[in-house]
Design a binder for this molecule. Structure first.
Ligand code: FES
Ligand SMILES: [Fe+2]
Length: 444
């Protein structure tokens, strides 16, 4: 059970909170590179509860900084992005992407003190079509996380962003809650209706899978298993990786390079950022699941309908289906069991469920079951790391050694290996596809 104090420590991400401090030790995927045009309009961007603006200067460099002008706190969102920097429209002070004050035209040359003024700017890199922001105070920022997918050529990496209106933790936990799949997503599917080699067969054959859970170098991991014929086991491996990443089992393990971030916008909004290898076998690249007769399984549709982006702090990458329209739940489909949930689309089903818990789940109201041990363990892992950082200055996992994320992979496979579950994982990982430029380092 999670106490009120633990709940607060886990879910609050503002500056000075223990989880906020932990998150500030990692790079955050924050926006698509395509959202920022050279000398284009500045964009409101909220991260970890801080109101920022992002802009791309005349040379193509991206700046991410506190939206308040250091002079009298007018919002630089209103500013003019021109000639190598952003100029506040109140008194004309101008800043470059690093926050240096370049010009102070409202004071006489004798009184000019621009060299003493610095806007609060964060470090930025671009990779995989994304703008990444480092909000830590460390002098040297770490390299980006070493996920395999980030080592692939840029044009082979798919990226999608979707805002979710709830705290990052409950959004993230939806991904490592393995026992919901056979209900929320596939409760209406009978095993004898789907092909034995299909994506959902094993899930609907046994809706109460057994699974192992353990702490790992990068966070936590589970391996769910079901018998799959004589001497064979069907495995689904998934992971949580610090500080907000999940690697879901929604693809064939061997080529399933992907990573899914649940980046806190503030305590009650999250930006889901999904990176996947376009040539891997995942739920994005494989055909939608179908019944034996070839007809599509209800509710398993892909693709999301978005509202147009606005300039609001919370205006980017919102789905058209939301609490205000009951996530477009179709009671008739629910009643006649063509879609167990009545909601079309796997992503939307997860979105609806986690948003329905409220902006921040009241954890003291929960009754966690033995089948929730991955969730319990992940909460403890996060909490212990955040407290160790606060109390003893211990760097959290992967913050200073992002290479360790290269040993994380998730997905499903059938194996006849009879060793421990960790041995099964290590064997499958060694045989999997990896970025050729970077040989796999064995996990310690
Ligand atoms: S408030 Fe920005 S220049 Fe004065
Ligand atoms: Fe789900």
């Amino acid at each position: 059970m999670t106490t009120e104090r633990e709940s607060r420590e886990l879910t609050q991400v503002g500056a000075g909170t223990i989880m906020g401090d932990l998150m500030r030790r990692y790079w955050l995927p924050a926006a698509k590179s395509s959202e920022l045009e050279r000398d284009g309009a500045p964009m409101r961007l909220m991260l970890l509860g801080e109101k920022l603006i992002a802009f791309r200067d005349s040379a193509g460099r991206v700046g991410v900084m506190d939206h308040r002008c250091p002079h009298r706190c007018a919002s630089l969102f209103l500013g003019r992005n021109e000639e190598g920097g952003i100029r506040c429209i109140y008194h004309g002070w101008k800043y470059d992407v690093e926050g240096n004050c370049l010009d102070m035209p409202s004071v006489t040359p004798q009184q000019d003190f621009k060299h003493k003024v610095k806007a609060k700017a964060y470090r930025v890199v671009e990779r995989a079509g994304l703008v990444w922001v480092y909000m830590g105070a460390e002098r040297v920022a770490p390299p980006l996380p070493g996920f395999d997918v980030l080592q692939m050529p840029e044009d082979e990496i798919g990226v999608s962003l979707i805002q979710r209106d709830c705290n990052y933790l409950q959004a993230l936990e939806g991904e490592i809650d393995t026992s919901h799949f056979g209900f929320l997503h596939a409760g209406h599917v009978d095993a004898d209706e789907v092909p034995e080699d299909g994506q959902v067969y094993h899930t609907v054959t046994n809706r109460t899978p057994e699974y192992h859970v353990a702490d790992t170098l990068w966070g936590t991991q589970y391996g769910a298993y079901r018998p799959a014929g004589p001497g064979q086991t069907y495995w689904r491996f998934a992971s949580f990786a610090f500080p907000f990443w999940t690697l879901a089992p929604n693809g064939e393990f061997a080529s399933h390079m992907h990573a899914r971030a649940w980046v806190p916008i503030d305590d009650s909004h999250t930006m889901f950022c999904y990176l996947w290898w376009k040539r891997g076998m995942s739920s994005i690249t494989m055909p939608t699941p179908a019944y034996k007769d070839g007809s599509p399984i209800g509710g398993a549709g892909r693709g999301s309908k978005f509202l147009p982006n606005t300039t609001d702090w919370l205006g980017r990458w919102r789905l058209a289906a939301n609490e205000g329209n009951d996530w477009t739940l179709d009671r008739e489909a629910q009643r006649n069991n063509t879609i167990y949930s009545g909601i079309e689309g796997i992503h939307l089903q997860d979105q609806a469920i986690t948003e329905s818990m409220g902006p921040v789940t009241d954890h003291t109201f929960e009754h966690l079951a033995p089948s929730d041990q991955m969730i319990t363990r992940t909460r403890r892992r996060l909490l212990m790391a955040a407290r160790a950082l606060r109390e003893k200055g211990v760097a959290p996992p992967g913050a200073e050694d992002p290479d360790l994320f290269r040993s994380v992979r998730s997905g499903y496979f059938v194996s006849d290996h009879q060793g421990s579950w960790q041995e099964v994982y290590a064997k499958q990982l060694a045989a999997a596809v990896h970025p050729s430029s970077a040989p796999l380092r064995a996990a310690e």
